[in-house]
Ligand binder design. Structure first.
Ligand code: MRU
Length: 353
């Protein structure tokens, strides 16, 4: 697949023309404002990832790849050992911004490998540029394939329920879990999508319904607690959700609330697919038990979207950003290398053989 500059611009992350900063679409401002941020130092990169200005596992990985390349360029004058040490510090710092999505550390470790296996700084910078572009180009290709496989599982007119945001903004082109719908739309195939609003940060309301509406897809926004009724009404033929880390046994960490969707889907006999590129599979992680779940500021629940606080100041909150869907609840995992059915421990391994 030949990936053009235009393809790369269809996501939310790209390099600026002078290649001295990473440009991201600020996802915290949507749907009301389309604003971009320029990230040219480690702190800005860390904060943009932490604040979810750039979010979605693949997009974070792409941003980290470009980011570390920019930071390397700024260190061109250093001798190799100092350069290497400083970039490892930068990389580890960026990795610490969000712990759950594996794509972040996966992308940075790809860049570390280049730094560690060479010793000419100019050459390393050139190779890092190529690698950062590769990470981006590969994601476009992987998302296309995930979308193609996903599309083979649904029929025009089907109702699809999705959670969080897994579109072009969270990835590169097409996206993962809503990729099949967007690819289908391009081919004149129409689906009905129910988008969970996705409390507490409303990625479904602010981003998924925005992307789908703009693409001309029939999208209906629902609160998370309406999914059960919508399924019971017979309006949903399949659930498509994303993933932030897939463990070797097929357990999947994804946006908080995903496991609830999976339990409902099982109850109503609706197939549920977790969709993601192979960059999100962590074969070093045996099961969901070992996945670190990010906990976020309670203010996201109590005050963030309201004019006045919606709970007393002293009320305790628990705000995990992700949950783990037990592999037994999933119908299949859709990857760029094919649709993986149970037993997931055996069949995921085969993808890497
Ligand atoms: O906290 P977020 O918004 O980064 O969480 C995102 C998700 O859970 C997505 O489903 C996942 O990253 C896949 S994006 C293709």
């Amino acid at each position: 697949m030949i990936v053009t500059n235009e393809d790369r611009m269809s996501g939310s992350v790209h390099l600026n023309i002078d290649e001295n900063c990473v440009v991201i679409l600020d996802q915290t401002k949507l749907p009301n404002h389309v604003e971009y941020l320029e990230l040219d130092d480690r702190q800005k990169m860390y904060e943009a990832i932490k604040a979810l200005a750039v979010r979605g596992a693949p997009a974070i990985g792409i941003c980290a790849g470009y980011g570390i390349y920019i930071l390397a360029k700024q260190k061109r004058e250093l001798d190799y050992e100092t350069f290497k040490k400083a970039l490892h510090v930068d990389g580890e710092y960026l990795i610490s911004s969000r712990p759950t999505a594996v794509n972040l550390s996966w992308a940075i470790h790809r860049m570390f490998r280049i730094i560690d296996e060479n010793n000419d700084v100019d050459k390393i910078i050139e190779l890092m540029r190529e690698e950062a572009l590769n990470i981006h180009n590969e994601d476009i290709e992987m998302c296309y394939k995930v979308s193609e496989y996903g599309l083979s599982l649904i029929r025009p007119g089907d109702g699809i329920l999705t959670h969080c945001n897994t579109g072009p903004m969270a990835t590169s082109k097409y996206g993962t879990a809503i990729g099949p719908v967007l690819l289908g739309k391009e081919r004149g195939l129409n689906f009905r999508v129910y988008a969970d609003e996705t409390r507490p940060l409303l990625q479904g309301a602010r981003l998924t319904s925005y992307e789908l509406q703009k693409a001309g897809v029939d999208v209906t926004l629902i609160c998370d607690n309406m999914a059960s009724l919508v399924m019971k009404n017979g309006w949903v033929q399949a659930c498509f959700v994303g993933c932030d880390r897939i463990a070797a046994n097929g357990d999947v960490a994804n946006k908080i609330g995903t496991s609830g969707v999976a339990i409902l889907a099982k109850h109503y006999g609706i197939p549920i697919y977790s969709c993601g590129p192979t960059s999100t599979i962590d074969m070093n992680c045996p099961s969901g038990e070992e996945i670190r779940i990010e906990e976020r500021d309670p203010e996201e629940i109590k005050t963030m979207w309201y004019k006045e606080p919606m709970a007393l100041k002293e009320v305790k909150c628990y705000n995990p950003a992700f949950d783990v869907t037990d592999h037994e609840l999933l119908t299949a995992i859709i990857t760029d290398k094919g649709i993986v059915y149970p037993p997931f421990d055996v069949n995921l391994k085969k993808l890497f053989e």
